[in-house]
Design a protein around this ligand. Structure first.
Ligand code: SF4
Length: 235
């Protein structure tokens, strides 16, 4: 995926974690939002935004051996990313392991567990998994712990899907973050290619993939016409 592999980014170079999801959906979409500053809500994104706002409303909630933190700021200089976690659950344990960390003013040791809120029904989505894994890797870098698992919570069905952050998911997350930085560094928006998923893309009205696809077919038509000699001037 990239030519240059960075070990660490500077604060001013950090990009939003949420951009990973857009990039995996469509590179042109990520460029339209993060390079050209365009954004348009559709029903899916409006529901998603509402769910995220609800998740970020409170800040800290304590329940016995649980501490639920909403809207926690995250950052990773290794990935070059920053963002806010919808929810990080800290579960108290008395055993010191590589999975636990002390929290200021609280007894015991705590194991972090990130939860990302999504609208819709419970389903597997690679882009959600990469986004959640990036949050876990931010927590690891910030807190000096291992975060082996997290969950995606689906608003429509009110169910959560637990995920393990495997080595391959971590590598996919690193590669996606590198590709995002490459895209932003080049400053070039990729051409539109109409695909089935364009129908559910909130940017379809700005991106105009059908018109762009049409242009491509016109080019193809002209190329074919030239090959047939139809562009020759009449004698
Ligand atoms: S409409 Fe299609 S090509 Fe355009 S940004 Fe959305 S997914 Fe990408």
């Amino acid at each position: 995926m990239g030519s240059k592999v960075r070990n660490v980014y500077q604060e001013g170079e950090l990009l939003p974690i949420s951009a990973l999801q857009h990039l995996l959906f469509c590179e042109r979409r990520a460029a339209l939002i993060f390079l050209e500053g365009l954004w348009q809500d559709n029903t899916y994104t409006a529901q998603g935004s509402l769910l995220h706002e609800q998740a970020h409303q409170a800040t800290v909630e304590c329940r016995d051996d649980w501490r639920i933190v909403r809207g926690l700021w995250l950052r990773s200089l290794e990935l070059g990313l920053y963002g806010r976690a919808d929810v990080v659950e800290f579960r108290r344990t008395q055993r010191e392991t590589t999975l636990t960390v002390p929290l200021p003013g609280l007894a015991g040791l705590w194991q972090p567990f990130p939860v990302e809120y999504k609208s819709g029904r419970l389903r597997r989505e690679e882009s959600f998994e990469v986004q959640l894994c990036a949050q876990a890797m931010c927590l690891e870098e910030m807190l000096g712990v291992l975060v082996p698992a997290g969950a995606v919570y689906y608003g429509k069905t009110r169910r959560r899907l637990e995920l393990e952050f495997t080595p391959s998911l971590r590598e996919k997350t690193r590669a996606t973050a590198r590709r995002l930085h490459e895209l932003i560094t080049t400053g070039k928006t990729p051409h539109a290619v109409f695909r089935k998923k364009c129908r559910s893309c909130s940017l379809v009205g700005i991106c105009l993939p059908t018109a762009m696809s049409h242009k491509k077919s016109v080019r193809r038509y002209l190329k074919q016409a030239m090959e047939r000699g139809e562009d020759e001037a009449p004698a």
